[in-house]
Ligand binder design. Structure first.
Ligand SMILES: Nc1ncnc2c1ncn2[C@@H]1O[C@H](COP(=O)(O)OP(=O)(O)OP(=O)(O)O)[C@@H](O)[C@H]1O
Length: 292
């Protein structure tokens, strides 16, 4: 199955949140990266059939989302985890999934229960399934959110900012889970955390102010910063010029060790070395280029 996004624009009043987006998304994990307000959630909500584009169209498999009957068909094969999923805190994890299963029209009680038990295992919540959700940690709630998105075994999973606020262990656990789920479906992961994409997605798109500023392989974006990523040592009172984006500045004996993206550093700096870029460098380099 493929997803085609053709010239999609979205206006909220006079504000254009998406400006003519074209994308092709294939099986596996696809990353959507961009700063706050770039239009990621708007695009995900369009893909999840919750919002209609002002212009353009989206085709999922053979269904055109501009047609009402086809949107309905797609909904049966699509799971969505929004940034803020409303839970009923007094329900247990299992009861919540049962309720969501009914909303997804899984009316056969035994089949629904079997599916929920399997999903609780997949997201590693089986032993907490009969506790009230109000006793869950942030990571457990996020995993429960993924379980509800997986009800009905959807071919497309759309996940908005899943790792926000999670500790490093939960973040890794969630990334591993999503990678596994992407083995036999499309998983679209939106985030502003570059490392989440680096660890999981072979392909990504970058949005900035509603425009598509990159669409390609993750390693291509890394490559873009090749020859523009530097390390150098500077005195404690040194201020980097505006054309250098500071990725990190590590205070140490003898000065501060800078890792920057931009033109070759000059001026009162020592030990200038070219570095192999990371995805963060590629992303920052791209954002430097897209600034007015
Ligand atoms: N319902 C709405 N009405 C008016 N403007 C909106 C609405 N939803 C989003 N916007 C605006 O559209 C732009 C894109 O918002 P969107 O939530 O899609 O961005 P985002 O990339 O998901 O940002 P974040 O990472 O902060 O969630 C923002 O400027 C936002 O303020």
């Amino acid at each position: 199955m493929n997803i085609l996004v053709e010239h999609v624009s979205k206006r909220y009043g006079s504000h254009e949140a998406l400006k003519g987006i074209d994308l092709r998304i294939e099986q596996g994990m696809f990353g959507l990266l961009g700063p706050n307000g770039a239009g990621k959630t708007t695009l995900l909500r369009i893909l999840a059939t919750l919002l209609r584009p002002t212009n353009g169209r989206v085709i999922i498999g053979s269904s055109d989302l501009s047609q009402r009957t086809q949107r309905k068909m797609v909904r049966a094969h699509l799971g969505y985890l929004p940034q803020e999923l409303g839970f009923y805190p007094d329900l247990t994890g299992r009861e919540f999934l049962d309720y969501m299963g009914l909303l997804k029209r899984l009316y056969d009680r035994n089949a629904r229960r079997r599916q929920i038990a399997a999903l609780l295992n997949i997201v590693n919540l089986a032993e907490h399934a009969d506790r009230q959700i109000k006793t869950y940690s942030g990571g457990m709630k996020r995993r429960l959110g993924i379980a509800q998105a997986l009800l009905g075994d959807p071919q497309v999973l759309v996940i908005d900012e899943p790792t926000t606020g999670l500790d490093p262990e939960e973040r890794i656990r969630l990334r591993t889970l999503l990678t596994r789920l992407a083995e036999d479906r499309i998983v679209i992961l939106s985030t502003h955390v570059v490392e989440d994409i680096n660890q999981t997605c072979e392909r990504l798109a970058v949005l900035d102010k509603g425009r598509l500023v990159f669409d390609g392989l993750t390693r291509q974006l890394i490559e873009e910063a090749s020859g523009h990523t530097w390390q150098f040592l500077a005195a404690p009172n040194y201020t980097p010029p505006l054309d250098l984006s500071v990725i990190s500045a590590l205070s140490q004996r003898g000065g501060t060790l800078y890792h920057v993206v931009g033109p070759e550093p000059r001026g009162p700096v020592q030990d200038v070395q070219r570095l192999s870029p990371t995805l963060e460098d590629g992303y920052v380099w791209l954002r430097q280029g897209s600034k007015p």
